[in-house]
Design a protein around this ligand. Structure first.
Ligand code: TRP
Ligand code: ZN
Length: 869
């Protein structure tokens, strides 16, 4: 492959949402013929093209290409010479309004390290076309508003590629006398090119079936490399549950006779929703108790559901252009969150989702790469598959469910699917359908699509006679390109607790729409305890007049489980932020309050262990950093560890008995056993901070007795952070035990890179030279380096070595895989949030990257923006 993606970018091309124009030519049908080979696959594409009546009428058909060359061009079956290249676009002059255009290309999948387009993974051939990978296979109007019916034929060596798959339904297949064979597939549903998929290779299938609500039988298959099939049952159960759930909740039925999932080990993202042929990263398919943690099981269930749900929210109704990405991603994340909440503990799921939002999206929203969930411009769309588009996008639609109630919201989504089925739609189409179907006025609410940044709501409370007034005001800090912000619609579920009885008179929904607004309530003899933004009904920061005593009260009594968690978090956030900023007035008293609240959680027999485990987790460092204008990350780390040590010591007996009690619970996948495992490792974490010898002994025993990966990984994580002989022996045992299992070896890398061990940087440097480390497998790169970039003690170590290591990685990875390399830029971009000395070191590394002679568009955009703001 003549790979051009590493060539220097002169002036960056900025794509603007406002510049959208309908396509000049449509492609109602396409036939693709692949002669498969690992290093020389020939592709013959035949496009039925027709002038778009909504276009300007130009005779020029412009087809996108990337790193490919046209070997031959025909029009209506005849060699056609009236074409030229314009940059990487192929421009063909056509005489009439409708033609058959034939194009031949030759590609080298084995040389495709970008993992976009057609590439090889462990001898398999597979595709990844979202967002703009199809143009690396053939020339095409590679934009999501050009929908085509695909017919695919492929042929190849039968021994090398026994299984031949594409979208839709298999229509014919056969053997050739020369040892090759062929297959044809037809997908009746018009789709954009980003949903095209092809897979060929040696795969074994776990097969099952699902009967839809209208009684149609769908053949299901999960295809993996031989030897992995025994680890696909959980994914299959998740798929069947998703299909059922989407029928029952959203009324969405599957629409093909077959549904195939293929798992590959080299993949840039989590998974891909190609029509009828989802392609997954193995880490979101393969699981058994010995190799997968409870968290892995949950992630698999969530991602399998997510990709399946895209069949409607993404495929049947797709995006008009890539600025609308949140139309499918935000909505589909919401749908997978709702599904997972229904499958297990809804409160725990909500807490986990908010934790992810705060850890990943809040920092994005306050940094140089902040963008609205519907961006206004981009240079490289791959950079916009972000926590903002996905997770904040889901929160924005979730607020519609809060405002309308789920029943009315579903009337809106039904209208949306009916109205736009088969279309490439916009976020505006979605909002209008919810307005019409749910009977909401979302005029001002649309600002959630326009404005970047996390609103901050400040609450004051006053009692006059028996009349209580709550005054809410909102502000939003400027973000790049948006210096001034307009007030948002912020729905806040609120309860006012009577301090003496511990009850409230029912939850109210306060909808803040102005910059400042006062809500009054009658019949109060005393100031109540305020419980606000219950269930995290809006993705905002709240500053409320809630005392430490109030937080202790809410942590014990709030009947909203999220609010209870939030009170606990607030209690700790206030203490840690105060300690780091040096503004803490009464250190001992604040710490004692946390100790008392946590002690009560440990003792509360009415709490299930899954929820208890959540309540015991300290707020993350990234979220803590968000609360400070400028912070020394190692001080946050040190204060957080210091609190952990103190809690470990103060509640020592409780941690020991928690660990004993939970260790006695036998392995199963039910909630009680999972909760026990979660608490077991939490107990070890606190013990390790205060009594390393006792923790090492217990962790070693937990490791040795482990019947499952949750216990084993938890124990190894704790050992990794300690400097003890058990550390080395457990790491060696783990590696030997799971040698050859790529996903488990990934854990081995990331546990060491994410560890609290002070020598983490030395460990990571050594691991980057380990025989098992490779720059060409994204999972392995992320396992080592993402874990390290998130580890304050390593990444932010004094002197800037952590920054230099990440910059070195970016420069080395960029020519191999620009998409994955760009993901490592945001940690370096947070220089405004740290002290000046560190900021200078971080900027210097960004400058060093920017000065490289050639960078991918991906890294170029992220680095430039990170330096600008
Ligand atoms: N559409 C995919 C999802 O969210 C995301 C995805 C898959 C992706 N592969 C990718 C995004 C490659 C960017 C690059 O389900
Ligand atoms: Zn998605």
């Amino acid at each position: 492959m003549n790979d051009l993606s590493g060539s220097p970018v002169i002036a960056p091309v900025v794509i603007n949402r406002a510049d959208y124009r309908p396509p000049e030519w449509l492609v109602p049908e396409i036939a693709l013929d692949f002669a498969l080979s690992l290093d020389a696959t020939r592709v013959l594409a035949t496009l039925k093209v027709a002038k778009n009546p909504a276009g300007s009428g130009t005779a020029l058909l412009r087809l996108n290409g990337d790193s490919i060359e046209a070997k031959a061009v025909t029009v209506d079956g005849h060699v056609h010479n009236d074409w030229h290249m314009d940059g990487t676009d192929l421009v063909i002059t056509l005489p009439g309004d409708a033609h058959d255009v034939g194009i031949e290309t030759l590609i080298n999948p084995a040389a495709n390290t970008q993992l976009s387009g057609l590439y090889a993974s462990n001898g398999l051939l597979c595709t990844q076309c979202e967002a703009e990978g199809f143009r690396r296979i053939t020339f095409f109007p590679d934009r999501p508003d050009v929908l085509s019916v695909y017919s695919v034929r492929m042929s190849g060596d039968k021994a090398q590629f026994p299984v031949l798959l594409s979208n839709g339904n298999p229509t014919a297949s056969g053997d050739n006398p020369d040892g090759t064979h062929w297959a044809e597939w037809h997908d009746p549903w018009p789709k954009p090119s980003y949903l095209f998929a092809l897979v060929a290779g040696e795969l074994v299938a776990n097969r099952d079936s699902f009967t839809t609500m209208s009684g149609r039988k769908v053949n299901l298959a999960i295809l993996v490399r031989p030897g992995d099939e025994s680890r696909t049952d959980h994914a299959m159960r998740s798929l069947i549950a998703s299909m059922k759930w989407d029928e029952q909740v959203y009324g969405r039925e599957y629409d093909l006779d077959d549904f195939n999932i293929v798992a590959v080990s080299d993949f840039n993202a989590g998974a891909m929703e190609n029509k009828g042929l989802n392609v997954f990263n193995t880490r979101y398919i393969l699981a058994d108790p010995e190799t997968a943690t409870d968290g892995d099981y949950d992630a698999i269930e969530g991602v399998v559901a997510h990709e399946y749900f895209h069949n409607w929210s993404g495929n049947r109704v797709t995006c008009r252009d890539w600025f609308q990405l949140s139309l499918k991603e935000g909505f589909t994340v919401l749908r997978d969150q709702q599904f997972s909440a229904d499958r297990s503990s809804a409160p725990v799921k909500r807490i986990e989702d908010v934790r992810i939002l705060r850890a990943a999206q809040f920092p994005e929203d306050s940094g140089p790469l902040a963008h609205p969930i519907r961006p206004d411009s981009y240079q490289e769309i791959s950079n916009f598959y972000t926590a903002t588009v996905y997770n904040k996008g889901a929160e924005v639609i979730r607020m519609m469910t809060v405002l309308a109630g789920m029943e009315r919201f579903l009337k809106g989504t039904t209208l949306y699917f009916d109205r736009h089925d088969g279309e490439a739609a916009t976020c505006e189409d979605f909002v209008r359908a919810i307005e019409d179907g749910a009977g909401l006025d979302l005029a001002q609410f649309r600002r959630w699509y326009e404005q970047a940044g996390t609103p901050k709501v400040t609450v004051t409370m006053a009692l006059e006679g028996t009349s209580l007034s709550l005054t809410l005001s909102q502000t939003m800090a400027p973000t790049p390109g948006q210096p001034i912000k307009q007030p948002m619609v912020i729905p806040l579920r609120t309860a006012l607790f009577d301090r003496t009885t511990g009850t409230h008179r029912g939850e109210e929904l306060l909808v803040l729409t102005q910059a400042e607004q006062t809500f009054t309530f009658e019949g109060f003899d005393a100031l109540p305890v305020l419980s606000i933004n219950r269930g995290f009904s809006a993705p905002v920061e709240v500053v409320a007049p809630v005392t430490t005593d109030d937080l202790v009260f809410l942590a014990r009594h709030d009947d909203d489980p999220f609010a209870r968690y939030e009170a606990m978090q607030q209690l700790i956030v206030r203490y840690l932020v105060g300690a780091v900023a040096g503004t803490l007035e009464n250190r001992e008293a604040s710490r004692d309050a946390i100790g008392a609240a946590m002690g009560a959680i440990l003792d509360d027999a009415a709490l299930d262990d899954l929820m208890r485990g959540e309540l015991l987790i300290l707020p993350g460092e990234a979220y803590l950093a968000e609360q400070l204008t400028c912070a020394d990350p190692t001080r946050i780390f040190a204060e957080r560890e210091g609190l952990k040590r103190w809690l470990g010591e103060t509640l020592l007996a409780k941690w020991l008995s928690l660990h004993d009690r939970c260790s006695a619970v036998p392995y199963s996948l039910d909630a009680a056993a999972r909760g026990a495992r979660k608490c077991k490792t939490q107990a070890l974490v606190y013990l390790a901070a205060t009594d390393p010898a006792e923790a090492a002994a217990r962790a070693k025993a937990q490791y040795d007795a482990a019947t499952n990966m949750t216990d084993r990984q938890g124990a190894l994580m704790v050992l990794c952070s300690l400097d003890c002989p058990e550390r080395e022996s457990a790491l060696a045992d783990f590696h030997a035990r799971f040698e050859g299992n790529m996903l488990v070896i990934d854990k081995w890398f990331s546990l060491q890179a994410g560890s609290l061990n002070p020598k983490v940087t030395e460990h990571v440097k050594a691991l980057s030279q380990h025989a098992d480390f490779t720059m060409t497998n994204p999972n392995r790169v992320r396992a080592l380096w993402m874990a390290y970039a998130a580890n304050a003690q390593g990444f932010h170590r004094e002197g800037g070595e952590g920054y230099r290591l990440i910059a070195d990685l970016i420069l080395k990875l960029d020519p191999i895989n620009g998409n994955v390399a760009a993901r490592f830029v945001p940690p370096l971009g947070r220089w405004k949030k740290v002290d000046e000395a560190r900021a200078a070191l971080m900027r210097a590394e960004l400058e060093r990257i920017a000065a490289a002679p050639s960078l991918s568009r991906d890294v170029r955009e992220q680095v430039t923006k990170s330096l600008e703001a």
